[in-house]
Design a binder for this molecule. Structure first.
Ligand SMILES: *[C@@H]1O[C@H](CO)[C@@H](O)[C@H](O)[C@H]1NC(C)=O
Ligand SMILES: *[C@@H]1O[C@H](CO)[C@@H](O)[C@H](O)[C@H]1NC(C)=O
Ligand SMILES: *[C@@H]1O[C@H](CO)[C@@H](O)[C@H](O)[C@H]1NC(C)=O
Length: 368
């Protein structure tokens, strides 16, 4: 073979490699870290550190499809939304805050908060005590208190303009609200004291206060997830002969509407210095349920792991009945989606059309 052709070919390969790696490098530079706040949809192990909490995913069959095949505190058969969002932008999953500050780690390791931190906690809500039976969760207010402590530490460790740049490029992901919505219809007291509209209004105004605290401590890019049609999860279907429980869904819709107008207003109040992407998980899950076959799901109603009617009368434990195919179920346990369903959500969240995510999607948020 003509030697010059070989050389050209080799240099072409080299150039492609170079371009590939430098693009990868730039991509990684764009988002230095993800800071995650929220509930069990994104908890990666904080609740494992709460001794009194009953909301823990530490027993099989949780984690059965996780790379380690072991329960990790994620409320999923495998990876959850926090893992999959990090994967999308080529970052490692942000570690749970309570694992970073636990005594053992704090003495042993040189803990850095610059690679992202996850503050999310199963059972958490925007309100402090969403449900007295699961009181042992880290409420959103507390999560933001923890972030303020992290910010203080970073301020001591990092030069001001470097830190400001780091935080303004980082993604602040917030997945919360479902437990507050569940809480309303589980409490006669809340229903007596608030109309549905009053209740969702106080959810959005409380959330706004926490968002502003994050902004005051350097956050600029926000990924905000609305509440899904949680009236369609197996535990809610028990209330309506296996059909979706409309009341819960209607309250979610009301809240999501309020959330969207709050975000618009909040951005204007901060002179457009904020960027956010809102993900309409309601529309996304509804689409998956309505077109389940085309997504490869055969079962939209039952929990894969549980007991009783719809496998939804008891939580997932080692004595639960486990479905034959975890890929063809939308729901893993009575309230949480399978990894398979979560992957579709996160695809939509990342670069979905404006039907699901607006005013921009996460890919565009990252690129700003
Ligand atoms: C801790 O990490 C920082 C940067 O990541 C480094 O500058 C510092 O020297 C490390 N300290 C120790 C004791 O390893
Ligand atoms: C939660 O409790 C803290 C004090 O512990 C309070 O400042 C905050 O307003 C409460 N948040 C909500 C949403 O009730
Ligand atoms: C039960 O499901 C049916 C069919 O989807 C719906 O029309 C009805 O409003 C639901 N009832 C309640 C109480 O959720």
């Amino acid at each position: 073979m003509d030697i010059s052709i070989v050389m050209i070919r080799n240099s072409f390969l080299l150039i492609s490699c170079f371009v590939f790696f430098s693009l990868g490098f730039l991509e990684a530079q764009k988002t230095p870290a993800i800071y995650v706040f929220g509930d069990s949809l994104v908890d990666v192990g904080n609740n494992n550190h709460l001794t009194l909490s009953l909301v823990k995913a530490i027993l099989p069959y949780y984690g059965i499809d996780f790379p380690t095949k072991k329960p990790t505190g994620r409320f999923s058969n495998g990876k959850n939304a926090a893992d999959l969002i990090a994967e999308k932008i080529g970052l490692a999953t942000s570690p749970p805050y309570l694992s970073l500050v636990s005594k053992i780690n704090f003495n042993k390791k040189n803990v850095s908060f610059l690679h992202g931190v996850n503050f999310a906690s199963g059972g958490a809500g925007i309100f402090n005590g969403t449900d007295p039976t699961i009181r042992q969760s880290i409420s959103l207010t507390k999560q933001v208190d923890y972030y303020s402590q992290v910010h203080e530490k970073l301020t001591q460790q990092t030069e001001a303009s470097t830190l400001q740049k780091h935080l303004s490029k980082s993604i602040f992901a917030i997945v919360i609200g479902s437990n507050d919505i569940f809480g309303y219809y589980n409490s006669m007291d809340l229903q007596k004291k608030n109309t549905p509209q009053q209740y969702v209004d106080s959810m959005t105004s409380s959330l706004k206060i926490q968002l502003q605290r994050l902004y005051n401590n350097g956050a600029r890019k926000f990924e905000i997830v609305g509440v899904g049609p949680i009236g369609c999860c197996p535990i809610s279907r028990l209330k309506n002969k296996t059909e979706c429980f409309s009341q819960t869904n209607l309250l979610s819709i009301k809240y999501n509407k309020g959330l969207q107008s709050m975000l618009k207003e909040w951005k204007l109040e901060n002179k457009d210095l904020i960027s956010y992407s809102y993900f309409d998980s309601f529309a996304a899950l509804q689409d998956i349920i309505q077109n389940s076959i085309s997504y490869g799901f055969k079962d939209v109603k039952d929990a894969c792991c549980g007991l009783g009617e719809l496998n939804a009368q008891f939580f997932c434990t080692p004595v639960s009945s486990l479905c034959a195919n975890r890929q063809d179920h939308i729901f893993w346990d009575p309230v949480h989606p399978t990894e398979a369903a979560m992957r579709i959500f996160v695809d939509r969240l990342y670069n979905g059309p404006s039907k699901y995510t607006f005013p921009i999607n996460m890919e565009q948020l990252v690129a700003i």
